[in-house]
Design a protein around this ligand. Sequence first.
Ligand SMILES: Cc1ncc(COP(=O)(O)O)c(C=O)c1O
Length: 911
Amino acid sequence: MSAQASHQPSRIDRFFAGPGSRCDQWRDLVELAEAWCRDAGKRASVDAALADLMATEPFHAYPGHRLITALQDHIASDDPRATAALARRIARALLTRSFRQSAGDWEADEDNPAISAEALPPINGRDETHRPYFEILVVTGAPPARWPALAAEWRRLRRPLDAFVYEPVLVGSFEDAFCATMLNTDLAAVVIHEGFAFRSRQDAPVLRSLTAELDQYTDTQESALALARVIKRLRPELDLYLLSNGNVENIAGSPHSEALRRVFYAVEELLELHLAIIEGVEDRYDTPFFDNLKKYAQRPIGTFHALPIARGKSIFKSDWIRDMGEFYGPTLFLAESSATTGGLDSLLEPTGNIKRAQEKAARAFGADHVFFVTNGTSTSNKMAIQALLSPGDIAIVDRNCHKSHHYGMVLAGAHPLYVEAFPMTEYSMYGAVPLRTIKKALLDLKADGRLDRAKMIDLTNCTFDGHIYNTRRVMEQCLAIKPDLIFLWDEAWFGFARFSPFLRPRTAMGAAAEIESWMKDPRAIDQYEKQKAELGATPSDETLLETHLVPDPRKIQLRVYQTNSTHKSMSALRQGSMLFVKDVLFHTVEAQFREAVFTHASTSPNQQLIASLDVARRQMELEGYGLVHNAIEIAFRIRQAVAEHPLISKYFHILGADKMVPADYRESGFSDYLDPGIDWVKTRRSILEDEFCLDPTRMTLVCGTAGFDGTQFKGLLANKYNIQVNKTSRNSVLLQSNINNTRSDVAHLIRVLVEISAEIDDRIVAGSVNVRNTFVDSVKRLMTDVPNLPNFSHFHETFRRGAGRRTNEGDIRSGFYTAYNPEGCEYIRLFDPEIDRRLKAGPELVSASFVIPYPPGFPIMVPGQVITPETIEFMRKLDVKEIHGYNAAEGLKLVRSEALSTTSVAPKQAA
Ligand SMILES: Cc1ncc(COP(=O)(O)O)c(C=O)c1O
């Protein structure tokens, strides 16, 4: 799915070609028009390029009917100069987005502005302050010849009092509405009139296969509601309005109309509709906490309270620290406060604007409740674990998850049953945990008669390296084994995914919504009963592992939690995190959550962090779709540039889905986003069917083939080229595109990779045989002499009291506290032969602490774990400097065998 689509004929359903590709197409048109200025024979290519653009331009308000007609007129009258001049103005306005504010950009003739109603630019051209701009999609059954007049009618509704300015985009069919919703990133609302056609007049094979199942809607009202439902699924943040000439009371009362914000009786209410549209956007724009903080900062408040930094007087009056004030500006200090009253609110017990801000975040992210957290997802995870698990509860946990989960288990006294992700030994990293492994853990617990103690499945989605779970399938199948399991999905990196229709179904909240609507479908019970009959009364574990299990919709208690580091993928300040709740039994744990907030939240949470969470939500609801689209498009451009550049691709490559996800977990046969023949339909199938897929914005750039280890290469990029990358592995670095990236960033990265590749090339070509051999040796060392990744072994018997025969969970908390007794611990240096002797002859080596090397960042030892030869081999081969919990000079911290036999372990509590 090439992002660079300009050389192919355009189709309306190229959903991955984002805003950047559109600008490229306009730039190509400008270049062709300029070539036509120089050579009269080149007109045909201008005609063709404009025709190409016209496949999708009608889905955008700018440049719009008038400017396009003017452009076509210039071409028809054989005027290359006027064509080039107008195309250039349009291309520039699109690139700089100036059309959103500048009235002149909407004029066909800059020197002679038109004055007709239709020519009215988005801002009335007077000395107004900046008003945010958006577009509305109007789906209409009116003939296209009437559209300009209809658009003019919409524009006449504008009032100087309106907080925002919008332009209408008209389409006449279901398919065009679908495409416009996907392609127009400026949309904020959709108005659906009844009576539109189904098919587009354009060719759209990809779209047709997506909408094939919807073709059945023929009745006008049904099509309008069906379209509303489809659009809501694609972009839940949009406000939808229906205009009907029929029985609006019945439509409004129908359960099928829940996607609609309001229903209007068609002919009478245009001004009301306009006001509703503005109000709907206002509701998303409103940031209760941030707005209040701004007001608070303007008030002349005297403080007889803590936080002398508030109001900034001690800073700006100081000779010694005034530079801090100048650096941050006075507003920061005016907005600093330790108050929770006087217009502010308390994060620990929110009742006012923080509560409202959280409610809006819940709406935006599809949750029932949201907690704002100001100490990162490290804290969100610990809060969720503390609130949901009691001592002795079993949680099935990805051993490779972030350390906050492991520490959370220690705090809660829960017993982690570690499950292993599939290894990617070649790149010294882990993938994600196969569903079969998770089901097996549940079935083993069941066989041991302890399934009742299994409370939670705790997984990371997506993983650091971009593996995305089939969240719906994992939850469905686990619920088929135990219908009240709680799911904690750590989506620290994946919060943005809510705003991509392509990634949303794979988020925790997206999948929970799908399961919830499946549970309401009467066919769900039939599906369950049918499978139950097929499986018979006593299916073997193997059969259950092999079968795509259907849960009993009558028994499910859907309990889904998701944490996300808003600061990692959205516009929140560092440490801004959110904890989402979609739990039918939340009322039973609400008090526990309050305790968890009291335990973990600072009593002095930072106001700016809370405000930034509020604002990040606003941004995502109003422009998140376009920003995420852009981040994905940027990732495709980087992937493509690295793959196609002859010099870069000699030494570096980015791992595609086929390399990151073993074929067994790509049941749809999907290979990679950029592969020939991969389109949206195949991508969608992969998202629905495959066990794991790859987040395209997380790019593993292999640098071992260029002779660099990950840490070295990360340092080189940062120190010499001012490029910061994400994590590293032995032979790779992780690049991440996000909503902040621009194509200039891509250009810089590619230039740097070319420069580094050229240096290697010169060194090897000009160097001696020894230089070449040294290079080959270092590539071999990094790419093939890689250590095996050790699996979690098991907890020592002392910490397994009460555990079953088949599973490996343990009392990590008791293991952790043995280290508090210095006499009970010993240190042995890693390369001491004593280690090898003990591994062979015993007594067993038992870790007294977490040992977490960075990279890869997962604990290779947890407290109470028995250390195996594989773990020691891995530690000895590790060439990273940062290993948390391990001091090379002292050695491994172990629990003395005498202490093990006497360690007092709290008796297991029955669930
Ligand atoms: C999967 C995962 N979860 C949680 C965290 C912790 O998030 P935060 O940095 O917001 O505390 C991280 C941090 O890298 C992470 O990778």
